[in-house]
Design a binder for this molecule. Structure first.
Ligand code: FUL
Length: 492
C-alpha cells in the first residue's frame, strides 16, 4: 500500500529538470514583454476624466436675454432681468435626457451683470425685480445639476463692460475676489471657461469709452489660476490656449479631421496667422497635452432671441456636429440659451429629443461587443496585449504591438453578416496619442474592400461608412508615432 502510493507520486529527476527549465524560460519570456513606454506628453488624470465626459451643455443667460443683444454694453439696468417662469430643473432635466454630462453657466458675461448676489457689486440679480432681489440663478442651477447628477461649470467673463475699474489693477482684484466668492460658494466646479474676448468699448461706470488691455499680462493669469486651483484642485481650465483644454478655432461645431491633443502652447498667441487652423488640428509632436473643446450654439446666437425660434439646429445637424466633435476625439460644449421665461424653449427641447433619438438609434447595438479579434502583431505574443482587449469592453486593457511595429492591423469577426454604418476606435491615450493614419476595410466575397481612410484617432474616432453588409471588419494602422495602443473598437 505504502510502496504503491510512493510510486504514484515519484517524479523522475530528469522530469524535474525539464520542468524547471520550462518555468525559467517562461518567466524569462514574460519578463521580456515590457509595457510600452509613454509617448510624451500624456494627459493628466483630470484631463482623462474630462475626455470621458465627451459632451455637456453651455448656458448663456443674462440681461442680453431681455435686451436681445449678444454683447451687452454694460449700461443695462438690473431691473430688466426678470424671467417670468424661471426653472433651473427644466434645464437640467432636458440636458440630462439629451445625454449631456454637465452644464457650464455664464455667471457673468461681458456686460458684467452677475447671476448671483455678489458682495462686490450692485450690478447683479440682487437689484433685479426677479424674486424681489432675493433670487440666485447660480445657486439654483448648481443645485439642479447636483440633483440630476450633472457636473457644474463656470463662465466668468474677464472682460467687464460695466465695471468702472476695468483696465486698471483694481479690476483684477475685483475679478479675483469674484472668482474666490463663486468657487467657495458654489463648488464643486469641473471646468472654468475663460473667454478670449477682452477689451474694447463699454460703459465702464459711465466713462463710455474704449479700453484696451495688454492681453498677455493684464490679468497675470498664472497667479489667478493658481488661486482658483487652490480652492478647486480638480478644475479644468479652458481658454484659447489652455492650459488644460484649448479652443477649437471656430464656433461652427467641428474639430479637424486630423486632431492632435498635443500642441505647443507657446505657439498660440493671438494675431498670429494660421492660429485658428492650428487650434483646429493641434500639432503632432506638440509639447503640451491640450485637447480641443468644440463650443457651438443650438441657435445662430449664444443668447436667446425670439426671432431665432425657427432657426434652431435640426436633430440631423446636431448629429452631424456630434460626429465632427465627439466623433473626432474632441468634447462637445453645446449651447442652449434659456428664453425670457427662464426655461429652454420648446423648439430647442424638441431638437434635443430628436437628436438623442438619432444617437440612440445609431449607436445602440455594438456589433463588435465580445466578438473574436485577431491582429497581425501582438506585443511579445503576450495575452496581456492581445487583440481580444479591443472588444472586451474594458477601457483599461489595450491591444499593443511590438515597439518597432508602427503599422499593423486587427480584424474583428462579427461572426455573421451585418450591415455596418460606423466603426468606432479608441486609443489608450494614457500613454500618449500615437496613430497618424489608418484605413478601414470590410470583407466582401472573400476580398478586403477599403471603406475608409483617416488620420488621427486619439480619445475616440467614429468613422461613418457607406452602409455595407459584412461579417469581418479590419482596421489597418498605416503609420503611428510609436507602437499603436488601441483600447476599444465598436461597430454599428
Ligand atoms: C465668445 C463670446 O464673446 C461670446 O459672446 C460667447 O460667450 C462665446 C462662447 O465666446 O468669445
Amino acid at each position: 500500500m505504502k510502496r504503491n502510493s510512493f510510486k504514484k507520486f515519484f517524479i523522475h529527476p530528469i522530469a524535474i529538470f525539464v520542468l524547471a527549465c520550462l518555468t525559467i524560460s517562461c518567466s524569462e519570456e514574460k519578463k521580456e514583454t515590457k509595457a510600452p513606454e509613454p509617448v510624451l506628453p500624456v494627459p493628466t488624470e483630470r484631463q482623462l476624466a474630462w475626455h470621458e465626459m465627451e459632451q455637456y451643455a453651455f448656458v448663456h443667460f443674462t440681461t442680453n436675454t431681455f435686451t436681445d443683444k449678444e454683447w451687452g454694453y454694460g449700461d443695462e439696468s438690473p431691473e430688466i432681468f426678470n424671467p417670468t417662469a424661471f426653472d433651473a430643473s427644466q434645464w437640467t432635466k432636458t440636458i440630462k435626457n439629451a445625454g449631456l454630462k454637465g452644464l457650464i453657466l455664464t455667471c457673468k458675461h461681458h456686460d458684467g451683470f452677475c447671476l448671483w448676489p455678489s458682495e462686490y457689486t450692485e450690478h447683479s440679480v440682487k437689484n433685479s425685480p426677479w424674486e424681489n432681489g432675493e433670487g440666485d440663478v447660480v445657486q439654483a442651477v448648481r443645485d439642479a445639476c447636483e440633483k440630476e447628477g450633472l457636473k457644474f461649470g463656470i463662465y466668468l467673463s474677464p472682460w467687464d463692460r460695466n465695471h468702472p475699474d476695468y483696465g486698471n489693477p483694481e479690476y483684477v482684484t475685483y475679478y479675483r475676489n469674484q472668482l474666490k466668492e463663486i468657487f467657495n460658494k458654489y463648488g464643486p466646479v469641473f471646468e472654468m471657461w475663460f473667454d478670449g474676448a477682452n477689451g474694447g468699448d463699454g460703459y465702464y461706470g459711465g466713462a463710455n469709452e474704449t479700453r484696451k488691455i495688454d492681453k498677455a499680462n493684464y490679468y497675470d493669469w498664472p497667479t489667478t489660476l493658481e488661486m482658483v486651483r487652490e480652492i478647486e484642485p480638480q478644475i479644468i481650465f479652458f481658454s484659447d490656449a489652455g492650459p488644460d483644454i484649448r479652443w477649437v478655432g471656430n464656433e461652427r461645431g467641428f474639430v479637424g479631421e486630423t486632431n492632435w491633443n498635443t500642441i505647443s502652447t507657446d505657439t498660440l498667441y493671438a494675431g498670429k496667422s494660421g492660429i485658428t487652423e492650428l487650434l483646429n488640428t493641434g500639432a503632432e509632436g506638440g509639447e503640451n497635452w491640450v485637447p480641443a473643446e468644440v463650443d457651438v450654439s443650438i441657435r445662430p446666437g449664444w443668447f436667446y432671441h425670439a426671432e431665432e425660434n425657427e432657426k434652431v439646429k435640426t436633430p440631423e445637424k446636431l448629429f452631424e456636429i456630434y460626429l465632427t466633435s465627439v466623433g473626432r476625439g474632441s468634447n462637445l460644449l453645446l449651447n442652449l440659451p434659456p428664453d425670457r421665461r427662464g426655461i429652454l424653449h420648446e423648439n430647442d427641447v424638441a431638437a434635443l429629443e430628436g437628436w438623442k433619438k438619432m444617437l440612440d438609434e445609431a449607436f445602440s447595438t455594438n456589433l463588435a461587443a465580445k466578438k473574436p479579434a485577431s491582429a497581425s502583431n501582438v506585443r511579445g505574443n503576450d495575452e496581456t496585449y492581445s487583440a481580444g482587449n479591443l472588444t472586451d469592453g474594458d477601457k483599461n486593457t489595450y491591444w499593443a504591438t511590438d515597439d518597432e511595429i508602427t503599422s499593423a492591423s486587427f480584424t474583428i469577426d462579427l461572426e455573421s453578416p451585418k450591415t455596418v454604418k460606423y466603426v468606432l476606435v479608441q486609443e489608450f491615450i494614457k500613454l500618449g496619442q500615437r496613430v497618424k493614419s489608418f484605413e478601414i476595410e470590410v470583407e466582401k466575397d472573400g476580398n478586403w474592400q477599403k471603406v475608409g481612410s483617416e488620420t488621427t484617432i486619439g480619445y475616440k474616432r467614429i468613422i461613418p461608412i457607406d452602409p455595407v453588409e459584412t461579417s469581418k471588419v479590419r482596421v489597418k494602422i498605416t503609420d503611428s508615432r510609436a507602437c499603436p495602443l488601441i483600447s476599444n473598437v465598436e461597430v454599428y
